[in-house]
Design a protein around this ligand. Structure first.
Ligand code: HEM
Length: 392
């Protein structure tokens, strides 16, 4: 983030902006987008976790004709209590840490199969060859969806994510179309699993019940789409960004090889240093103040996780990538009632992938000095391609 490498300028420019804003206008109303930008750690943590004041449900605050009707809007990500609590409880029954832990050997197998394809070559594209196919395969298997549809998944989640980056008519249309395809696809899968339950997450979700209540079809689809979209791109970027961090800070690959215990810490530090999710939106329920600014009821706020995670007030030497940082209370997975439900899965996948790379790609790693382009998205941070070489 604080590198002066010209090849990385395009990638890291926003970090200069965050720093400047934290220092000069930490709570800033942007006339262009009619929203508040929140940059400091304490403020971002509050906006994310004070759900009584800051709502996640956009549809409470916009006129009917502007309501978001995408499947995500009926997912827990966009819900407030009490419905959020009920639904989160329901989906947590199906998506348990135990279920995730059971995936471990399968995640290792998939990772190993992917590295088999590149190991002898001495070079790979980290995104194309590992960081993208791994999470999409895992989530497809977890949901019980045939992997043949993997390419469709990629296209759907890309269209979704880029729809939030550029408000061009084209990008928005692609996003709407992708949403339609996903709803159609999951409606069919749900019907099949209703008739013939399997040992998979979709069947478990269909059966999950709290206080005699079940998920509606709309909510089920919303959750499946959320898993697919929220769970893929983010995990891809965690692994890609971790490799970027290691490349920018020589010596760490060797330290990790010598001390594998540090792998989970290094990944937490990557989540802090190059956060895969840059920001989350909230809507003010009532009038309130942040710092010396008055926020009106109904106003939109962007909580800049990426900026909070490099705030010196919380992280001493915030611009140092330190794989032994302790404590590391980063906000990469959010904070409060919406804290990432997929965090155990993302952490497990990234740990397995990075450990397998350390085992199988010997010598020092090198990212060639080509300009790296950030993916186009308002909320996701990562690179499109990430070439890597090692000693054969
Ligand atoms: C490194 C990877 C990931 C990152 C950085 C990440 C980040 C986040 C963040 C910041 C939130 C909070 C949103 C908010 O406060 O509004 C969140 C929520 C969520 N994430 Fe993740 N996520 C990752 C991976 C995953 C995976 C693998 C899954 C599932 C397979 C997943 C499922 C969810 C769900 C269901 C929620 C909504 C929870 C709720 O609203 O109660 N995430 N994630």
């Amino acid at each position: 983030m604080m590198q002066t490498n010209p090849k990385r300028e395009q990638l890291t420019a926003s970090y200069d902006w965050y720093r400047q804003m934290r220092e000069t206008q930490p709570v800033f109303f942007d006339q262009n987008v009619q929203a508040w930008h929140i940059f400091r750690y304490d403020d971002v943590a509050r906006v994310l976790s004070d759900h009584a004041t800051f709502s996640s449900d956009q549809n409470r605050f916009v006129p009917a004709e502007y309501r978001d009707s995408s499947p995500l809007s009926s997912s827990i990500l966009r819900m407030d209590p009490p419905r959020h609590r009920q639904l989160r409880h329901l989906v947590s029954q199906a998506f348990t840490p135990r279920m995730v832990a059971q995936m471990e050997s399968r995640i290792k197998e998939i990772t190993s199969g992917l590295l088999d394809q590149v190991q002898a070559l001495g070079e790979m594209d980290v995104i194309r060859d590992l960081a993208y196919p791994l999470p999409v395969t895992v989530i497809a298997e977890l949901l019980g969806i045939p992997t043949e549809r993997r390419e469709d998944f990629k296209q759907w989640s890309d269209a979704f994510v880029s729809g939030d980056g550029e408000a061009t008519e084209e990008a928005m249309q692609a996003g709407i179309q992708a949403a339609g395809s996903m709803v159609g696809y999951f409606t069919q899968i749900l019907e099949e699993r209703r008739a013939h339950p399997q040992n998979d997450l979709v069947s478990a979700l269909l059966m999950a019940e709290v206080d005699g209540e079940r998920l509606s079809t709309e909510e089920l689809i919303g959750f499946c789409v959320l898993l697919l979209v929220a769970g893929n791109e983010t995990t891809t970027n965690l692994l890609g960004n971790a490799i970027l961090c290691l490349d920018e800070n020589p010596g760490n690959v060797e330290r990790l090889r010598a001390n594998r215990e540090l792998v989970p810490n290094a990944l937490e530090e990557a989540l802090r240093y190059y956060s895969p999710v840059k920001l989350m939106p909230r809507w003010a329920v009532t009038e309130t103040t942040i710092g010396d600014q008055r926020i009106e009821a109904g106003q939109l706020l962007f909580a800049w996780i990426a900026s909070a995670n490099c705030d010196e007030a919380e992280f001493p030497d915030a611009n140092q990538f330190n794989i032994e940082r302790e404590p590391n209370r980063h906000l990469g997975f959010g904070r409060g009632i919406h804290f990432c439900l997929g965090a155990p899965l993302a952490r497990l996948e990234a740990k397995i992938a990075l450990s397998a790379m350390l085992d199988r790609l010997p010598g020092s790693w090198h990212v060639p000095g080509v300009p790296l382009s950030p993916i186009k998205s308002m909320s996701a941070f990562g690179v499109k391609q990430l070439p890597l070489t090692w000693e054969k």
